[in-house]
Each structure stands twice: as structure tokens, then as C-alpha cells.
Design a protein. Structure first.
Lengths: 546, 284
């Protein structure tokens, strides 16, 4: 099979995310590429949660609406997702909780309550039980499930396996996914399955992150959780302070002292950070912001996606200062560009954004680190990604004027030298000034850095073209829409133009990618066409339909 | 080191007679003294907010982070966590850290992080030319409260005591020797140290006469006692002026610090790749 989609649904608190991951890992062990979308409302218990796990022979970054197998832990799951079933689909369900019209749909029910009761197993093991049944349904070999459960749910393994086996024995076989997979395509070696947020975390760590500071906010919180759990092993200082205002200032305290820091938030938290962002612009502080979008305005839909903060991030903060913004479209891009964002922030002493959304941040992807791109190793940067450090000669001036606008960095303590940073307009040494000439010099200095950054980005693929490169019709997209646009374009014979870096805007590369395009369709998760509007500023006309 | 060596070329723009001059003089003397006693001045970082107080960093030839209004403490906190060998001293105004940045002040005390906060408490907004602040007395007639503020003031020392600050003192800009003593103690104290300085603003809130009449220095108090410190601190609440105003060190204890929770550990950089590979194993 080219593609196989499974939906598992239940109530919040059922462990649907983990159950989805178990299904994903089964297919990963067969050599499939994985994408998993996880849907949950903003509550802790109750409500409907579901995961859609898609396994494919090709690299994917989107789920499909239609599914092959539905795993239903409650009646609501069946009712909500019936429309996703194809003629050939199959339903496996908890027969104690779910009634299925078997004149309409093929399926099999398991007596999960009874199985758990007989085994005196805790309620959470219903997931293992039904996934055991699922393995029989799709014809997955038993040792694969044993391997996955042993590794990822080691607690009470024997009992878990017993319950899963009961589910397996009670179920009926419906198709044989593994055998067709074995023989007909080139399997990839087993890859880790991680979220975009985890990929971002790893990219930052790889590039030499020293501190991560964040106040939790969906869908960025899992960066904080990951860093707090694994960061100490790689020497990371992880702090969760009183507010996003404190977060933004702490990042700059770290930067002042020479520690590379990153922070994370979503739209509402970023509102609070804008005051400090402007400080970073004036004080030329390298700071990396993971900005994970969700539906706004205001509290909006906390756990659902949107691409409606592009112009906010482009323009946030009073005054004018350069900034770097990248919007990765999958896990490999998230890893590479997060690390590069950190290095660029330090090389150019500017704020850098990794702009994601709920989809990129929280979806699970098969992740191939070897294909993600060459990031600098640890804190020893390659020359092209390295910050400019003071050579120790003469008097140190934090804001020394240079051709590139970038002043060499030094960190306290420096014997006999003084390192001054300042939110006011300041002279080269960092002392406040209201002199018109100095005001102009510092403004030009900041703009020069932006131009230098723009020129430096020439070496990277900041605009990517996919699909039929000769097509006169192209889809223009950014961020999480990359995967779905590529698939649609391949089916329809269209060109895809994916804009990866949004600031400095890659005007030349985008115009080059547009050569021969007569009709340009913007595909965005917002109501006003934010990338289309940005491109319009550079004279690029898109067709926007709502 | 001569305290004069700590001056910069920046032109001083404080009003003649401003209490900030005393704070700066005391600070220069203390830093010069500490430098000669083995705490080199290059290990000191000054962090200020925005307001008249904040100009102090332009006038001090010392490492500095001139932050934004109300935001001294989070920057200072991170500098200390980044490099525990640095001495981080914050300067803030009563508007700066009791209004705009109050949450950071409470959290800095709560974490008892090893930094010093010197509050230039002139009880008026000077740089914006005369509005009431959180420590102005009820009835204070400022530009934003022409008929007198209806609020009672905050007692910042009481707030610091209950929030977990481990060194609490009050000075007065007419007592420069006492300021030196308190600043030095506060800087050497391990933990969050808070010095409230009654700083006279000659232009908008000249309290010289009142402070000269009512201030006194506490003697023989048990500064390890929370109850005794609380009693002294509560004896003047910033509202009434016709009562004795205590000065001196009110509280000092040795308490667990947040910055102790970060081991001084630098990862082996050559191991980053293998650590990431190992980490990814968890997700296969």
C-alpha cells in the first residue's frame, strides 16, 4: 500500500496521543514514513480526542481526511468520523461502549471491559488491548507490537502483553499490511518519530543552546517540556519564570553574559514580549523566539492551528530594526532552521524567529537527522555561522561602528574593559546619547546589519520549488502547508513555491522561482492572505480566494 | 582603586541636590573598596530600569545593562544564572519596580537569587515630571492626581519580607556612610538583598526636612528575627510622616537560593552529536 491511515479516538484522558504514537511506531518498524495529526480540545478530562496516523511509502507532512481503519474507544468517535470511512474501511471498537451498524460498515468489536476485568488490568490498558486487536486486523506480526510496547510502555509489561494478546486473539484479520510492505518498496531504516517542537529543540541544542526560558502556552509548551526533561543532560539551563515579559528579558540577560538562549510562546504570550523584543532591536541582543501560532484573536482556539500572526511577528516592537524569520514546513526543516536561527541571531546580533503553528509544532513526523542539513557542531561554529568576537585588542566598545554594522562581542568579566548595553539610543561605548549624528549612525548601523543578513542568506535555500516546475499555475505557501501543497500539486501537475524565510524577504529568489508562472494561488490558514499581502509589497500578484 | 576612576565621560543631568548623587558616591566607594579587597570591579554588572535612578549606569565606568522600565530584575537574574561569578547589582525606582515591574520584584525575592536591588525610593515620578508612585502618601498631589491620590502607599520592605528576600535594609541619601555600610553588606550577602533608599527628589518631592526630623537608625535589633523585622518595618508605612522612620539593617538570614539549583556544568561539546543520537533513540 502506498498510504495507510488509521484514526484512533476516545475521550481526553484516554491517552489517545500515546496510543496514536504506538500505531505510528508499528508502521515505522515496517519502514514506512509517518505523519500523525493529534486533535484535542482545550481541556484535561472528557471531550473528544483523536489521532490520525498516516503511514506512507513517500515522505509526508500531512494527514488525509479519509481513513482505512477506525479505532473507536467510544461511541462519539464512530459518530464523529463516519464520514471519513471509505467503502473498504474497517472499524475496530470497544464492544462494551460502542454500537456499530454492521449492515453499513465492516468491523469487529472487542469485549475490552471483560478482558481487563479478567486480567485485573488498570483501565488505561484498554489502549494496549485494542491495539493488540488492531495488529490482527491489519495483519501486523505480533513481535512488532511486543517490541514497541516493551520499549515505550515498560511498566507492567507482562500484564500489558497479556491484555494485548487477548485483543489480538479476539479480533479478525482484515488486511495484510506488512506483507505488501515488505516486498514492494524500499524501506527506510527505522527513524525516530518526533514533533516539530522536539525537532526545534534538538536543532537549538545542536547549535549550542545554553539556556531555554519560557512561560507555558499551547502550542509551544512542549518545547519547554522537552528542554526541561532532556536539557540538563546537555548542560542546558531551563527556566520557567513569572511571565513572558520576564522570559524575553531573561533571554537578553543570558545573551549579555555570553550564553545562547532561546524562548518560546504563542500569540498572546508574544504580545507581552514585544516590549522586550524592541529592546533586543536597540541593544542588538541575539535572542531566538519559537513563536507557535494558534487561532486568534486573543485566547481564540488554544489547541487549533492558524497562520495569522505573520504580520504581527514581522512588525512587532516599536522602532525599526532587522529581524530573521523562518517558517519551517516539516521536522527536518524545523531542526536545521532552528539551529541556523540561533547561529544567525548571534552572527548578526538580531532577534530570530522560528515561526510555526499547531500543525508543525505538535504533529509527529518520521525524522531523518542525516537529511536535515549541516548545522554547526556544538558551540564550535563553522566560520559561516560563527558570531564575531572581540579580538582583545585596544579599548572595547560594545557598539563599535563597522562596515557590516555588526560590532564584535565580548562578555563580562574583561579585565580593564567595560561592557555596556543600553535600551536608549547610545554611542559606540553604549552610553546614552541624544546627539542627532549618533542617532543617525546607530539607525544606519542597524539597517546595515539587515542588509548583511539578507546577503548572507543567499547561500541558503530560502525559497523552495516542488512539483511540476514547468507548470504555469503555482501554489504559493509557507509553514505547515508545505506538505499538503506538495501532495496536491503532484496530483494536479502544479508547481509549488514554498517560502521558507519570511524576513529578510527573499525577493530575488522568489521572483526567480516564479518565472513562467501565469496564475499564482496563495494557500494559507488565515482569512486575509498574509504571505500574499507580503509578496504584493514586492509587486508579486496572487489570486486569493476565500 | 580610586572611586573617581569609576566615573565616565557622560554629562551628569541629575538636578543639583538630587539624592541620586549620594547613592552614586556611596556605590563608587563600595566598589573601589571591594576591588581592593579581592572582588574585582570587572566582575560587577550594574542593571538599571528607566527613570532618573537609571542614569547611574551611564555615570559608572562599570559593566552595565541599561534595561527598560520595570525590567531590571529578569535581566539581572539571567546574568547571575549565566555566570555565578559575577556580582549583579540592580538599581530601580519606586515607579520602576513597585508599579511596572512588581511581579519581577516579588519573584526575585521568592527565588532568593543572589543579586542586590537598590531602590531609589523618591516616592514620585521624576523623569515624567511629578506623578504619584506606589510609595507616595495618600493625598499626594501630583500631576496625575491634582486633588490628591486616594490610594494608600505600599510598604516595599514588608512586601520583601513576606516574599522571601533574605537581606532587607533602609538607608537615606543624607546618610552616605550608612549607605556605604548597607550597600557593602547587601552586595556581600548571599541571596536576594534589598535596600530601600529614601532618596530625596529636590524638584518634585523634597522631603529633606521631614526625613531629617523623623529618621533614626535602629540599634541592637535581632535582624535574624522575622517578627522583629516585621515590627520595625511596620512602624512606618510610608503614609503618615509624623512618626519615627527607622533606618539600618532590619533583616538578614541565610536561606536556600534559586541560583544554587544550577550546577556549574559545561557539557563536553564533542559529545553533542552522540548525545542527540542517544536522545533520538527514545523516539524510535
Amino acid at each position: 500500500m502506498d498510504n495507510f491511515s488509521t484514526l484512533i479516538g476516545g475521550i481526553a484522558g484516554d491517552g489517545i496521543n500515546e496510543a496514536g504514537l504506538t500505531v505510528a511506531r508499528l508502521f515505522s518498524r515496517l519502514g514506512y514514513h509517518i505523519y500523525m495529526y493529534y486533535d484535542y480540545p482545550s481541556l484535561i478530562r472528557g471531550g473528544h480526542n483523536f489521532s490520525i496516523v498516516r503511514a506512507s511509502r513517500q515522505k509526508i507532512a500531512a494527514h488525509m481526511d479519509q481513513i482505512d481503519v477506525l479505532i473507536a474507544l467510544n461511541q462519539e468517535t464512530v459518530e464523529k468520523h463516519l464520514s471519513r470511512l471509505k467503502h473498504s474501511s474497517f472499524v475496530i471498537y470497544d464492544a462494551d461502549k460502542v454500537k456499530l451498524d454492521d449492515t453499513m460498515h465492516r468491523g469487529c468489536g472487542l469485549n475490552i471491559t471483560q478482558i481487563l476485568k479478567e486480567a485485573t488490568a488498570p483501565p488505561v490498558m484498554k489502549n494496549s488491548c485494542i491495539i493488540g486487536g488492531y495488529c490482527k486486523v491489519v495483519g501486523l506480526d505480533w513481535p512488532i507490537l511486543e517490541d514497541v510496547l516493551k520499549k515505550h510502555i515498560p511498566k507492567m509489561h507482562e500484564l500489558n502483553m497479556q491484555v494485548a494478546r487477548q485483543g489480538y486473539d479476539q479480533a479478525v484479520q482484515f488486511c495484510g499490511i506488512d506483507r505488501s510492505a515488505d516486498s514492494h518498496f524500499e524501506k527506510q531504516t527505522q527513524k525516530p518519530i518526533i514533533t516539530g517542537n522536539q525537532a526545534i529543540s534538538l536543532g537549538l541544542i545542536k547549535a549550542g543552546l545554553g539556556a531555554y526560558v519560557a512561560y507555558p502556552m499551547t502550542p509551544s509548551s512542549s518545547v519547554l517540556d522537552f528542554m526541561a526533561k532532556y536539557g540538563p543532560e546537555v548542560g542546558l539551563k531551563v527556566i520557567h519564570p513569572e511571565s513572558e515579559i520576564a522570559v524575553m528579558l531573561m533571554a537578553q540577560g543570558f545573551a549579555y553574559a555570553g550564553v545562547k538562549a532561546a524562548i518560546g510562546t504563542s500569540g498572546g504570550g508574544f504580545c507581552l514580549m514585544t516590549e522586550g523584543l524592541s529592546l533586543a532591536g536597540m541593544a542588538e541582543m541575539p535572542v531566538v523566539v519559537v513563536m507557535a501560532q494558534r487561532t486568534g484573536p486573543s485566547t481564540g482556539l488554544p489547541t487549533y492551528t492558524a497562520q495569522s500572526d505573520l504580520h504581527f511577528v514581522l512588525n512587532a516592537g516599536q522602532g525599526e530594526f532587522p529581524r530573521f524569520i523562518v517558517a519551517p514546513g516539516d521536522a527536518e526543516e524545523a531542526y536545521f532552521w532552528a539551529g541556523l536561527a540561533l547561529n544567525l541571531a548571534w552572527k548578526f546580533q538580531v532577534p530570530a524567529f522560528i515561526l510555526t503553528d499547531k500543525i508543525v509544532s505538535e504533529s509527529q513526523y518520521s525524522f531523518d537527522i542525516d537529511k536535515a542539513g549541516d548545522l554547526t557542531s556544538g558551540r564550535k561554529e563553522q566560520a559561516s555561522q560563527a558570531p564575531v568576537l572581540w579580538d582583545g585588542q585596544g579599548e572595547y566598545k560594545r557598539y563599535r561602528y563597522t562596515n557590516t554594522g555588526v560590532s564584535p562581542l565580548a562578555f563580562p568579566p574583561q579585565k580593564g574593559q567595560v561592557i555596556k548595553t543600553n535600551s536608549y539610543t547610545h554611542d559606540e561605548s553604549g552610553i546614552t546619547s541624544e546627539d542627532p549624528q549618533i542617532t543617525r549612525e546607530t539607525c544606519d548601523k542597524r539597517q546595515r546589519k539587515g542588509q548583511f543578513l539578507d546577503a548572507d542568506l543567499e547561500r541558503y535555500e530560502t525559497v523552495k520549488v516542488f512539483g511540476n516546475e514547468k507548470s504555469k499555475t503555482a501554489l504559493l505557501c509557507w509553514g505547515s502547508n508545505k506538505g499538503v501543497c506538495i501532495e496536491a500539486a503532484l496530483k494536479l501537475g502544479l508547481r509549488v513555491i514554498f517560502v521558507l524565510v519570511l524576513s529578510p524577504f527573499p525577493e530575488r529568489k522568489l521572483k526567480s522561482a516564479l518565472q513562467g508562472v501565469e496564475r499564482l494561488l496563495a494557500v494559507e490558514c488565515n482569512s486575509t492572505g498574509q504571505l500574499a499581502r507580503l509578496a504584493g509589497f514586492y509587486g508579486i500578484k496572487t489570486r486569493t480566494e476565500f | 582603586m580610586n572611586p573617581k576612576d569609576l566615573a565616565t565621560i557622560a554629562k551628569n543631568t541629575w538636578c543639583p541636590g538630587c539624592g541620586n548623587f549620594s547613592i552614586m558616591s556611596a556605590l563608587r566607594m563600595v566598589l573601589a573598596e571591594l576591588d581592593s579587597e579581592g572582588f574585582p570591579v570587572e566582575n560587577v554588572v550594574l542593571v538599571s530600569g528607566i527613570g532618573c535612578h537609571a542614569k547611574i549606569v551611564d555615570y559608572m565606568n562599570v559593566n552595565s545593562f541599561y534595561s527598560i522600565h520595570g525590567r531590571t530584575l529578569p535581566a539581572a537574574f539571567a546574568i547571575k544564572i549565566a555566570n555565578p561569578h559575577l556580582k549583579v547589582i540592580c538599581f530601580s525606582g519606586d515607579g520602576d519596580s513597585l508599579a511596572e515591574g512588581l511581579d519581577h520584584l516579588i519573584f526575585a525575592a521568592k527565588r532568593n537569587v543572589d543579586i542586590t536591588m537598590i531602590l531609589h525610593d523618591n516616592r514620585v515620578y521624576g523623569l515624567t515630571t511629578g506623578q504619584y508612585t506606589p510609595t507616595s502618601p495618600q493625598g499626594f498631589k501630583g500631576k496625575s492626581t491634582p486633588t490628591g491620590t486616594r490610594e494608600h502607599p505600599l510598604n516595599p520592605l514588608e512586601l520583601m519580607l513576606v516574599s522571601g528576600a533574605s537581606y532587607i535594609a533602609r538607608g537615606y541619601t543624607h546618610g552616605i556612610e550608612q549607605l556605604q555600610k548597607l550597600f557593602k553588606e547587601a552586595i556581600l550577602h548571599k541571596g536576594f538583598s534589598f535596600v530601600d533608599v529614601l532618596q530625596v527628589c529636590v524638584s518634585y518631592n523634597n522631603q529633606y526636612e521631614s526625613y531629617n526630623k523623623w529618621t533614626y537608625t535602629v540599634q541592637g535589633n535581632d535582624d535574624s528575627s522575622f517578627e522583629e523585622a516585621q515590627k520595625i518595618i511596620r512602624s512606618w508605612n510610608y503614609d503618615r510622616s509624623e512618626v519615627p522612620i527607622p533606618l539600618g539593617k532590619f533583616y538578614e538570614i541565610d536561606a536556600e537560593r534559586f541560583d544554587q539549583s544550577f550546577p556549574e556544568y559545561e557539557p563536553n561539546l564533542s559529545e553533542i552529536d552522540s548525545k542527540i543520537k542517544m536522545l533520538l533513540e527514545n523516539f524510535i
